[in-house]
Design a binder for this molecule. Structure first.
Ligand code: ADP
Ligand code: MG
Length: 632
């Protein structure tokens, strides 16, 4: 026995076993998708062959046209999908049909709940792929030979989808892969010619090479050799005119290239002619892939050059903050032998990248405008990623800012979030700034004392509670000509929103309370940068403001978490002179009691800002002391 013919049994990787089990038990209501998956793989195999043949034309072995054949045998209850693409070597069959290479698979599987409905939903994010054959088959045989290998180095892979698979060497004169599904009892419907025709039309019409079925043959004059006919259009979808492509075709094509199971939210199909010539078809996914935040997650577009597939995940055509966009770009200008290195930069790439970025942003703008509810769904999934935009893509800052959504004091439902344009549209008379507040959680910011004066004047404030919001705002300086103002920062100047009388009154109080400010500063010492009268407060006694140039709480926490040294910064203590507690403080002759009360007010202001206390025990001690005096 030679090595090539040796037969061996191997166990599936644990993850594969789990996936198989799950698929068989949770996708039963959507069985037919297995055909789409297998055809999609066959089409990929043809793409790969064409690509490798660019440098090794002998791989085409004479050059019979590439095609996919689907053959049904109702009597034997088998369904065969045959391609003459790149094929699999023995090692490849073991690696690709026995393991799942995707990073994060184990984690993904841990998230499964056992609730079949939920899991069916999750598995869609993962992409079902080859193993979906076992939804309808209780045995799958794969016969394959890799292009370029001799006929004697074919491989036969076989499994019942339970825990293991068998692999042996075979002779296979024709290059490519032939997958035979032994249909389960009850699934013989999938061996019906009409049904298959319908499924190919439904799921695979967009595939760029012919998918052939046997011609229906009737009566006595049945010819010996089967006759084949293509049932799909067999033109690469993006090369066809937009007007001739149905929504269903766009959606199925998305599933083919993205390995996502669910429909895309939106797409943008464009042909560019002129100095550069290329076609792009970009998609906004309907949901986030399970590995969106993993560093090595799949990103980038599928690159074709003159209709020849070149590579998956060409990352150079879109900025990182648009890494969730899927799609195809087909260039007439790049050389066929383009490599990842060549793609790094250069005028052609740069100009395509900037155009494709704009197309993507336009697609999102249109979605937001025409289908705000769907956009809200998009925002939930990908908003965090888009927020990286202003830092990465200076030139498109304004455009990206228009796509951002925030919670706000004027948006009770909080469902869709507030767009900056909405905010600007309802600014009050005399307002020329966009006000915002950042914090830990919605609960914490929504009742922040910083909002008191805004509430009194009816001015809207955006409430930002994503971890990266403060960082984001350090890159966004204005929108629609209006600058952003963090209401917790600096000496809040409401500009013309305060009347002349109000301003005068503020100055007078500040002067009148100067002595008190100095006493408090003495009590709080080095813990504060400054003490001053506040005009932000109506109900609270005191508040802490962040220095104009200092890092806010979120940024400090991010830096601390990443082990970096956080520059020291001290808050400004602002007090509300009209508050009874401050009046009491002002009237307090006893130095110790003055100190205690001032400290308690300082700690309370820190608590309200979401900051922890340096010495919580001291706070409790002082507060209890004051409470006891109160009841004495
Ligand atoms: P994916 O298509 O997302 O990579 P699949 O589970 O569908 O995942 O397929 C796993 C791998 O098996 C493919 O990446 C490919 O390497 C290999 N494969 C599957 N079908 C074929 C085929 N018809 N020809 C060649 N290789 C194939
Ligand atoms: Mg696949």
């Amino acid at each position: 026995m030679t090595a090539a013919t040796q037969k061996e049994t191997r166990g599936f990787q644990t993850e594969v076993k789990q996936l198989l089990h799950l698929m068989i038990h949770s996708l039963y209501s959507n069985k037919e998708i297995f055909l789409r998956e297998l055809v999609s793989n066959a089409a990929d195999a043809a793409d790969k062959l064409r690509f490798e043949a660019l440098t090794r034309p002998e791989l085409l072995e004479g050059g019979a046209p590439l095609r996919i054949r689907i053959e049904a045998d109702p009597a034997a209850r088998t369904l065969t999908i045959d391609d003459n693409g790149i094929g699999l070597s023995r090692e490849e069959a073991i690696a690709h049909l026995g393991t799942i290479a995707k990073s994060g698979t184990a984690e993904f599987l841990k998230n499964l709940s056992g609730d079949q409905k939920k899991d069916a939903n999750l598995i869609g994010q993962f992409g079902v792929g080859f193993y979906s054959a076992f939804i309808v088959a209780d045995q799958v045989d794969v016969y394959s030979r890799r292009a370029g290998l001799p006929a004697s180095e074919g491989v036969h892979w076989s499994s019942r989808g339970e825990g293991e698979f068998e692999i042996e060497g075979i002779d296979k004169p024709e290059r490519g892969t032939r997958i035979v599904l032994h249909l389960k009892e009850g699934e013989e419907g999938f061996a019906d010619g009409w049904k298959l025709r319908g499924l190919v039309k439904k799921y695979s019409d967009h595939i760029g090479l012919p998918i052939e079925l046997q011609k229906e043959q009737h009566g006595e004059d049945k010819p010996e050799a089967p006759e084949w006919e293509a049932v799909n259009k067999a033109n690469a979808l993006w090369t066809r005119p937009k007007t001739e492509i149905t929504d269903e075709e766009y959606k199925e094509f998305y599933k083919h290239i993205s390995h996502d199971f669910s429909d895309p939210l939106a797409w943008s199909h464009n042909k560019v002619e002129g100095k550069l010539e290329y076609t792009s078809l970009l998609y906004t996914p309907g949901r986030a892939p399970f590995d969106l935040y993993q560093r090595d997650a799949a990103k980038g577009l599928k690159l074709y050059v003159q209709r020849v597939f070149i590579m998956d995940q060409a990352e150079q055509f879109l900025p990182l903050y648009l890494r969730f966009i899927k799609g195809v770009v087909d260039s007439n200008d790049l050389p066929l032998n383009v490599s990842r290195e060549i793609l790094q930069s250069g005028p052609v790439i740069d100009s395509m990248k900037s155009a494709l970025t704009k197309r993507s942003l336009d697609m999102l703008e249109k979605l937001a405008k025409d289908r705000p509810e769907d956009y809200a769904g998009f925002w939930k999934n990908f908003g965090q990623v888009l927020k990286e935009g202003p830092a990465e893509d200076f030139g498109n800052r304004e455009k990206i800012a228009g796509l951002l959504r925030f919670a706000s004091t004027h948006d009770a439902s909080g469902e869709q979030g507030v767009a900056l344009a909405d905010y600007v549209g309802r600014m009050v008379e005399g307002q020329d700034k966009i006000y915002y507040l950042t914090g830990e959680s919605h609960l914490q910011v929504k009742d922040s004392p910083h909002l008191e004066v805004f509430r009194k004047k009816g001015i809207e404030v955006l409430l930002m509670t994503d971890r990266i919001d403060e960082w984001l705002m350090s890159y966004l300086h204005e929108f629609d000509g209006k600058s952003f103002v963090d209401v917790a920062r600096g000496d809040l100047d409401l500009g013309t929103l305060d009347t002349e009388e109000e301003k005068k009154a503020q100055e007078e109080t500040a002067k009148a309370k100067e002595a008190l400010a100095i006493r408090i500063k003495t009590a709080l010492g080095e813990d504060v940068a400054e003490v001053r009268v506040s005009h932000r407060l109506t109900d609270s006694p005191a508040i802490l403001a962040i220095g104009e140039q200092d890092l806010g709480l979120q940024m400090r926490q991010i830096l601390e978490a990443s082990g970096q040294k956080v520059p020291e910064s001290k808050p400004v203590f602002e007090f509300n002179p009209d508050h009874p507690l401050i009046e009491k403080l002002d009237a307090e002759p006893d130095l110790d009691r003055f100190d205690d009360l001032a400290r308690v007010l300082f700690d309370q202001a820190a608590l309200a800002a979401g900051d922890g206390l340096k010495d919580p025990a001291a706070y409790v001690r002082r507060l209890n002391k004051l409470l006891l005096e109160l009841s004495a």
